[in-house]
Design a protein around this ligand. Structure first.
Ligand code: DAT
Ligand code: MG
Length: 151
């Protein structure tokens, strides 16, 4: 497994419910590196572009309304195997099927209010980070804990 990047977003319900710190801390504690972070009111066009693979789905208009209904927290995270690992930390799309211990399993009950997004492949991780962040909003830095995380 090599160093990858993933786009993680706390959706408007996560922000409104006061879950921002809780959700960020799960990725932070796991040992991933935060390289981008902002609170952001997403315009409709950006939400549509982000979810363009789902545009033919019946729930697409509701999904866009939900994602644009309030501020989201946009994050870029980097690490070994971070894409698949973040998906595991997040849990199944339908929170009722998400295992306890996962973010959705612990903190959500409905697919349409599942509090967090995570990229589904390294390619989409790169695509989504480029979509949501400007180059100058991303930071390259060396966490002091690195030797204590990797042999
Ligand atoms: P995930 O967010 O787990 O990657 P996805 O990419 O299949 O799931 O879908 C994106 C979002 O769209 C998902 O988080 C919630 C919404 N969604 C997916 N399937 C849905 C459904 N059957 N009904 C309502 N909303 C749905
Ligand atoms: Mg997805």
């Amino acid at each position: 497994v090599e160093v990858e990047e993933t786009y993680i977003m706390i959706k408007p319900d996560g922000v409104q419910r006061g879950l921002v710190g809780e959700i960020i801390s799960r990725f932070e504690k796991k040992g991933f590196k935060l390289t981008g972070l902002k609170l952001f009111q997403c315009p409709k066009e950006l939400a549509q572009e982000h979810y363009k693979d789902l545009q033919s789905k019946p729930f697409f208009p509701k999904l866009i309304d939900y994602i644009t209904s309030g501020p989201v927290v946009c994050m870029a995270w980097e690490g070994v195997g971070v894409v698949a690992s973040a998906r595991k930390l997040i849990g199944a799309t339908n929170p009722l099927n998400a295992e306890p211990g996962t973010i959705r399993g612990d903190l959500a009950v409905q697919t349409g209010r599942n509090v967090v997004h995570g990229s589904d492949s390294p390619e989409n991780g790169k695509r989504e980070i480029a979509l949501w962040f400007k180059e100058e909003e991303l930071c390259e830095w060396a966490p002091v804990q690195e030797p204590w995380l990797k042999e």
